[in-house]
Ligand binder design. Structure first.
Ligand code: FDA
Length: 393
């Protein structure tokens, strides 16, 4: 049985941050992970450039059943704190649209930095370790049975992340531990994920695969204006990933394909200037021809502007500004960037990340019921929550 002050389950973004912080306080820390490489999700994040935080950080960019939960941690270790940490290590970065910060070179620099921070604070990282069981002993300590033998600790930090992308190491271990200790787990589901279409829509829109256009996508009063990408399975692109965090099965998604124009005005002006022009000539100046052909009936597109009825103009308006589709699902954990739901935050202290009913048990990062928008918010949550737990575990 090896004795540590702190055992952290998961050598990902939040676990490594927590380990370095707890180690700096002189705690004897070990991080256990079943993967053979640390921070695998960080390595693939942001297309390999790691969108590590966002200038516009605020609690409003997160979904949780307890929307106030994130506030304390985000304010105690914020985007500027992380920026100064990576600047200390000489990692170059740049800002992209919507306040997103990316590494100039590679996400591997961020993982190397986290591992260097762990070494500096003498926290040990043990990869390739299978966790068989966790138990609480009578004296309040935790005992773990693993493929590397037994571990005993006063503080156990669960940093095992969500269920997205199993080949990267995702597993439900964190949820199982939470349930074992009587915590509620809010039903997990895929987030920041492409939406799939009903067979008839999929067939109708198949020719559009590869087209990307800026649009406003809306579900139940929440909207995002970014690119939408047609794929051979359905809809993707940043606007769709963002709205997928809010979408529930059975709900319709409404898309404005022309958020910067008013198509009835465009048609009205064109009709005055060139009444003999066909509708398709006007619309294909605004959107790709393949898209126009898929969204509107061919007879209407071939009609001359002067011949268009009010009903037809209304149809064009509806199809281009209020296009509705009811997805039949999402691509699931296979491609989702995050997991919605997770360990209910009501059972966790927002200051320390410690479980209110089980002293010494902590939950950090994506395993909690905290889901960020696309744009560096999920990693920032991992840094902030890991940092906070590291001050107390
Ligand atoms: P994380 O997943 O980082 O770490 C969990 C660790 O626990 C893993 O190392 C895993 O192996 C380990 N583990 C799990 N089960 C275990 C078990 N049974 N036994 C032992 N170990 C176990 N976010 C963002 O802000 N900007 C971005 O650019 C991106 N990009 C991005 C791309 C892709 C493809 C994905 C899948 C995700 C992103 N994200 C992102 C999301 C971001 O990567 C994610 O939210 C954080 O890594 C979560 O940090 P955690 O520490 O909670 O889990």
């Amino acid at each position: 049985m090896q004795n540590f002050d702190v055992v952290i389950l998961g050598a990902g973004a939040s676990g490594l941050m927590c380990a370095a912080q707890a180690g700096k306080r002189g705690r004897r820390v070990v991080v256990l992970d079943h993967n053979t490489q640390a921070g695998r999700k960080v390595l693939v994040s942001g297309g390999g450039r790691c969108n590590f935080t966002n200038a516009q950080l605020s609690a409003g960019h997160y979904l949780s059943h307890n929307p106030h939960f994130v506030k304390s941690a985000l304010s105690r270790f914020n985007q500027w704190d992380f920026l100064s940490l990576i600047s200390e290590y000489g990692i170059k970065w740049h800002e992209r649209e919507h306040g997103q910060y990316f590494c100039d070179e590679s996400a591997a620099q961020v993982v190397d930095m986290l591992l260097a921070e762990c070494r500096r604070s003498s926290a040990t990282v043990m990869l390739g370790t299978t966790i068989h069981s966790v138990e609480r002993l009578e004296d309040g300590a935790f005992s773990l049975h693993t493929s590397r033998g037994g571990y005993r600790c006063r503080s156990l930090v669960v940093a095992t992340g969500g269920l997205s992308i199993p080949p990267l190491g995702a597993s439900p271990l964190g949820y199982r531990i939470a349930e074992q200790f009587g915590l509620t787990v809010r039903r997990p589901s895929a987030g920041l994920v492409p939406l799939t279409l009903q067979p008839q829509d999929k067939q109708r829109l198949a020719p559009l695969s590869g087209i990307a256009v800026e649009a406003t996508v809306q579900v139940e009063g929440i909207s995002f204006r970014e690119n939408v990408l047609f794929t051979h399975r359905g809809l993707s692109g940043p606007a769709i990933l963002q709205i997928s965090n809010y979408w529930q099965p059975g709900q319709a998604v409404t898309i404005d394909w022309l958020p910067s124009a008013s198509v009835d005005e465009v048609i009205g002006e064109a009709r005055e200037q060139q009444p003999k022009q066909q509708v398709k000539t006007v619309l294909t100046r605004l959107l790709p021809a393949r898209m126009v052909a898929a969204l509107l009936p061919v007879e209407l597109l071939d009609t001359q502007l002067a011949q268009l009825s009010r009903k037809q103009v209304e149809l064009v308006f509806r199809q281009l500004h209020h296009w509705q589709v009811t997805p039949n699902g999402t691509e699931g954990y296979r491609t989702a960037e995050v997991t919605r739901g997770g360990v209910d935050c009501d059972g966790i202290s927002s200051k320390t990340m410690e479980c209110k009913t089980v002293p010494g048990l902590y939950f950090v990062g994506e395993v909690l019921d905290v889901t960020g928008w696309l744009g560096g918010y999920n990693l920032q949550w991992a840094w902030s929550s890991g940092w906070c737990a590291g001050q107390f575990a």
